[in-house]
Design a protein around this ligand. Structure first.
Ligand SMILES: Nc1ncnc2c1ncn2[C@@H]1O[C@H](COP(=O)(O)OP(=O)(O)OP(=O)(O)O)[C@@H](O)[C@H]1O
Ligand SMILES: [Mg+2]
Length: 219
């Protein structure tokens, strides 16, 4: 899927200190299947941008186009459908549900089709070297294992676009690099467009292209 923004801005109103201009006119084009690393200093607006692109937040002004469709005009129902069918997300923290097994967590986004999707989930667990962890609870996993499960959950629906916001930021370097490589391999295989926020040069170097954002602008 192609992802485009036109003059995107985001302001937050903060009580007492007034308005904060976080994104200051972002023009972006990410082609279908492209893997892009988003870098930049802390506070530059990376998470804000990726949340808007992942349809979890709204811009103050400007446009977000997915496959040339302007989603800023979508109704909440249409947005939810677009998100469910096309978008996967991995965060810095795994957000696995503590009371559900690894397998159940992976199947959560496709719960109504869990019977037919189970084999696919098992295949993913195998790719990730986690076959023998399917029935574990999240707190019985290492940080790297939890993050791989979060990646499997993000990919269970075969999203057209995967967003990852510092997906390995909480892990040691070696574990992080392994998971990053796995994420790129899986996106290659599934032809998934990838936008990954990272502070890691290694991860950024795996991408087709790097975009740097400083103080709310692309440079
Ligand atoms: N809900 C909010 N209300 C007010 N200001 C906010 C809000 N969310 C973020 N900000 C501000 O917007 C700026 C950008 O935040 P953002 O989380 O996008 O940065 P980032 O580039 O992801 O940084 P990091 O690398 O530390 O994760 C920051 O200065 C932050 O304080
Ligand atoms: Mg951030």
């Amino acid at each position: 899927m192609k992802l485009e923004t036109k003059n995107l801005t985001k302001n937050y109103i903060v009580p007492k200190s007034g308005e904060v201009n976080v994104l200051k006119g972002i023009d972006l084009l990410i082609n279908s299947g492209e893997k892009v690393a988003l870098t930049g200093p802390s506070g530059a607006g990376k998470s804000t941008l990726i949340h808007i692109l992942g349809l979890m937040d709204k811009p103050t002004s400007g446009k977000v186009l997915i496959d040339d469709k302007d989603i800023t005009s979508f109704t909440p129902t249409k947005l939810a459908k677009m998100r469910k069918e096309n978008i996967g997300f991995v965060f810095q923290f795994h957000y696995l549900l503590a009371d559900f097994t690894v397998m159940e967590n992976i199947l959560m986004p496709v719960w109504n089709e869990r019977k037919t999707k189970k084999e696919y989930a098992l295949n993913m667990l195998e790719t990730m070297g986690l076959t023998d962890r399917a029935n574990h609870m999240p707190n019985e996993l290492s940080g790297g294992e939890q993050q791989r499960v979060a990646l499997a959950r993000a990919l269970i629906n075969n999203p057209k676009i995967l967003f990852a916001d510092e997906p390995t930021g909480n892990l040691d370097r070696k574990t992080g690099e392994k998971i990053e490589t796995l994420m790129f391999e899986m996106c290659n295989k599934l032809k998934t467009t990838l936008l990954v926020v990272t502070h890691s040069r290694e991860l950024a170097n795996l991408a087709d292209r790097q975009i740097k954002i400083i103080d709310g602008k692309i440079c």
